[in-house]
Unconditional design. Structure first.
Length: 126
């Protein structure tokens, strides 16, 4: 589990990702336990505006350093020890030289991304 992803300064980069050059689904497996009840507050209730708790973290995902095409990865809160995944459809270049960088985007309280467990790149559908 990689913790401490925050903005673009503390980011996680996967290198050497081999793919076909066609759009593919990538699952991002994470844990986000910032909720004081460890994920048991539906809809973010009670309202914690102004508090230190992040109900939802949002990560940035860039492929091959293309900062003109930043994807948003929404990561809901989880129970402690529960790992969830969120998919994004990404186009990776053909070959082994792809990079996927995960940083943090603002959710109104900060730029911290969820703790990342792994990514899974699925075969192209076509």
């Amino acid at each position: 589990m990689v913790i401490g992803i925050n903005g673009n300064d503390n980011a996680l980069t996967f290198t050497g990702v081999e793919r076909t050059g066609k759009p593919q689904w990538v699952s991002f497996w994470y844990e986000n336990i910032d909720d004081s009840s460890f994920g048991n507050n539906p809809g973010g209730s009670p309202d914690r505006k102004g508090s230190d708790w992040d109900i939802k973290r949002i990560s940035s995902v860039t492929v091959n350093g293309d900062t003109s095409n930043v994807q948003s990865l929404y990561q809901h809160d989880t129970n402690k020890g529960t790992v969830l995944s969120t998919p994004l459809k990404l186009t990776l270049k053909k070959g082994k030289n792809n990079t996927i960088k995960i940083g943090g985007l603002s959710n109104g309280f900060g730029t911290q991304g969820a703790s990342m467990a792994k990514i899974v790149v699925y075969p192209s559908e076509s």
